[in-house]
Design a binder for this molecule. Structure first.
Ligand SMILES: [Zn+2]
Length: 100
């Protein structure tokens, strides 16, 4: 019984530069995507996260710059940003208006 190894290439192993490129590309796209969700610059953050994956954590824990539809909205009581689908503000426990 033969096992096809065509997905790892003719030589049967993945080149290290391909692995590095994939890591850079994936972390760059993740960083840029999270940045865009927070109203920040996609290109800038994808470059930062691609070169230094530690920026993935930075952007993950950073506050949104503005309200992003479907991602974050601001609490009408304390102006803190909360998840778009949140029912109660995590900061001040104010009940949020229902989504249209
Ligand atoms: Zn609040």
């Amino acid at each position: 019984m033969l096992i096809h190894t065509s997905e790892v290439g003719m030589s049967g192993y993945v080149k290290p530069e391909v692995v590095i490129f994939l890591i850079v590309a994936v972390s760059g796209i993740c960083g840029g995507w999270m940045a865009a969700n927070r109203g920040r610059n996609f290109i800038g953050w994808s470059l930062l996260a691609g070169l230094l994956p530690v920026f993935l954590l930075v952007i993950y824990f950073s506050r949104p710059l503005c309200q992003v539809e479907g991602k974050f909205r601001s609490c009408p009581n304390c102006k803190e940003f909360v998840r778009w689908r949140a029912v109660v503000c995590k900061n001040c426990r104010h009940e949020l208006p229902p989504l249209q």
